[in-house]
Design a protein around this ligand. Sequence first.
Ligand SMILES: *Cc1c(COP(=O)(O)O)cnc(C)c1O
Length: 391
Amino acid sequence: MTRPVYLDNHATTPLDPRVLDAMLPYFKEKFGNPHSSSHSFGDEAADAVEKARAQVADLIGAEAREIIFTSGATESNNISIQGAARFHKGKKNHIVTVVTEHKCVLESVRHMEDEGFDVTRLAVEKDGLIDPRRFAEALTEQTVLATVMSVHNEIGVIQPLAEIGRMCREKGVYLQSDCAQAVGKIPLDVNEMNIDLMSISGHKVYGPKGIGALYLRRRPRTRVHPLFHGGGQERGMRSGTVPAPLVVGLGEACAVAAEDMAADHARVGKLRDRLLDGVRAGIPDVILNGDAECRVAGNLNLSFPGVDGNAMMAALRPHICVSSGSACTSTSVEPSYSLVALGLDKDLAHGSFRVGVGRFTTDAEIDTAIGVIVDQITALGGGKGVRTAAE
Ligand SMILES: *Cc1c(COP(=O)(O)O)cnc(C)c1O
């Protein structure tokens, strides 16, 4: 049996071989602790960490000293949301978020609600985007932080961060952004977008798992309380030994992304468009969820009216790796809350999946995927409906 075609690059990306090559010496002979300043093993690792810090910073228009290494975007979101809220507690007590944010953002915000903060959870429009006017209305004198992601992890839509950032800066509100899916995929500039805190994940950008970064703005100074206490590494924001091999991998992944972004964007976008055209030719009533234009190159989120979601995922599973976005709760399988937020009914949300085309996806794999999707969905009775207004 050949392995199924991997089209789930939003869940994780494979390690780029260039990244692995950069990391290997730091797993082997260059194993020093980057905080051991008494000898050359430590210095060698510390130099590598600082090089990586600059590589990460360069990709987002930041200064190296504004980058804090963490275990991933989950931790970065937790530090920035909880840390900023707690730092300003007593002076400001309001947080703005969006209903389609990643679970780790929503759960961090809920935790702050339990600690006494007021929360505004903005709805999204049918296209998955927030309305900047509604966002402006949500900001108050009491707002400490707004958390709005860039690229959505399921629907792939890109929120208008530059516009949102301008509003936040005018009101003196921190803009925190979960950019796990955006870094290395679309151009980002923390200064042009007025982002004060940004979360980055290594394994979404062809780097290793278990490493990420937090961008923490210096001017105007953005203040957060750390979550971990200890040796005071990473400017006191993240105690614990910095994992030099993983950090080197994240740095190299960012350097490669800076180099390849334009070419990747063009190639991945073409493959994604060909996949959509091919599926539409076979299943004319397929629905593309989320804005068609304001979307990251590799993403499709498709719904198939009249097709049972469980049967669909089971039929696709041996052939292609895509994600349903459904979540199992103790009592039932709940459809993706993000698709529900777009206004899809439960059945349609269940009959949906996300495709993530990536840097290593081939033309042949796209051909295979088109054939599998059209055949399997047709066999399940799909493709017979009329186009719906939801489109
Ligand atoms: C993957 C992902 C995360 C979590 O990142 P980790 O580095 O795995 O903790 C957070 N937000 C978004 C949007 C993601 O896609």
